[in-house]
Design a protein around this ligand. Structure first.
Ligand SMILES: Cc1ncc(C[n+]2csc(CCOP(=O)(O)OP(=O)(O)O)c2C)c(N)n1
Ligand SMILES: [Mg+2]
Length: 347
């Protein structure tokens, strides 16, 4: 793939003819189901927050296509994933159960991210090779490059998928991590979810270039932009990047251009910086609608099946929340460990 392919307009996914031409029907339906389950969990989390039952939620609504498309393009459980806070749909695709998510939302002891030590949505899932990250944005990028270097040194066939928002690609860590991966031809896919805002800051206040993919050119690696509202187009683009990385041909920056339909987080009022008209207009490109329309047109889904899937998703969400509400919190003493290794008494 040529780096001249960075022009967003050239590489927009076409919702009517997505890149998933070679995907089996069952995989496409699995992708849709994962997006749907993540969406229903997400919506319910906002309600829990407004009911005062949870302290914080950060939403993936509008990002499902980017996240699920990318997750399905790697070998889940074998490859490494270094995510960022907005990746709820990615984590569901990685096998995090609704109950595990709900436990994390409530900071309960059994939650897999951190045992209740981290803020919600600071992901980790050891069994799926999803690596823990911290709150300062872009600090995950050098971690991903480091894992890529370890893979290369071991002669492993794994790749690393790391994610970030477009605003955070202004951070020094992002350039350092991407540069390192480019210099050493590391097997890393840098997925940038461009939702056009970094909290209240519009993308044109974050960067002077037209697209994040263009930044890749200056660092000497392939950069591609794709329609981040089209799950099958994202799958196809990330899949090509994964194949290239596995062949030893180095990293790729994949920019998935979409829109953040919700406010930045449960603590943000987006009415202060964007119009309702703008949000409504962008809801027309909701990834759920685009996937649904395509699958119906292909004859893979009908309204009845969608209704059944929706009922199943909502039931799973309610069960997960009930289970999580009844689960215990960690005890205060548990906050003290496991941070440092225990001292071993000798003699
Ligand atoms: C180093 C650092 N600076 C500022 C913040 C506060 N902060 C949290 S999220 C965020 C916006 C990031 O926007 P973007 O990268 O576009 O991701 P998005 O939230 O839009 O998905 C900021 C500024 C932070 N967490 N870390
Ligand atoms: Mg953003």
């Amino acid at each position: 793939m040529d780096v001249s392919e960075v022009d967003v307009t050239q590489t927009q996914g076409q919702s009517g003819s997505p890149g998933g031409d070679n995907l089996p029907k069952d995989t496409m339906l699995d992708m849709f189901w994962t997006m749907l389950l993540a969406r229903r969990l997400d919506e319910r989390s906002w309600v829990l927050h407004r009911q005062g039952k949870i302290a914080f939620h950060i939403s993936a609504i509008g990002h499902e296509a980017s996240q699920v498309g990318a997750a399905f393009a790697i070998q889940r459980g074998h490859d490494w994933v270094v995510p960022y806070y907005r990746d709820l749909a990615l984590m569901i695709a990685m096998g995090m159960t609704p109950t595990e998510f709900a436990l994390g939302l409530m900071g309960k002891r059994q939650e897999p991210n951190s045992g209740g030590r981290q803020m919600p949505s600071h992901w980790s899932l050891r069994r799926a090779n999803v690596v823990s990250h911290s709150s300062p944005v872009a600090t995950q990028t050098p971690h991903a490059a480091g894992i890529g270097l370890a893979i290369k040194m071991r002669g492993d066939d794994r790749v690393v998928l790391t994610t970030i928002g477009e605003g955070s690609t202004s951070q020094g860590e992002w350039y350092e991590g991407v540069n390192w991966a480019a210099v050493h031809a590391l097997p890393v896919i840098f997925l940038v979810q461009n939702n056009r805002y970094a909290i209240s800051e519009r993308v044109d206040r974050q960067m002077a270039v037209k697209s994040v993919a263009e930044k890749a050119c200056g660092l000497g690696l392939v950069g591609v932009s794709v329609d981040g509202t089209d799950v099958f187009a994202v799958y196809q683009t990330v899949r090509e990047a994964v194949d290239r990385a596995r062949r030893g041909e180095g990293p790729t920056v994949v920019e998935a251009v979409g829109y953040r339909i919700t406010p930045h987080s449960s603590d943000d009022d987006d009415r202060t910086y964007r119009s309702r008209e703008e949000v409504e207009e962008n809801k027309q490109r909701d990834p759920m609608l685009i996937a649904r329309k395509f699958l119906i047109a292909e004859g893979f889904l009908d309204e009845n099946t969608i209704q059944e899937m929706d009922t199943r998703a909502k039931t799973m969400v309610e069960e997960a929340i009930r289970t999580a509400e009844q689960a215990p919190y960690p005890s205060p003493e548990e906050a003290l460990g496991p941070v440092y290794a225990e001292e071993v008494k000798r003699g």
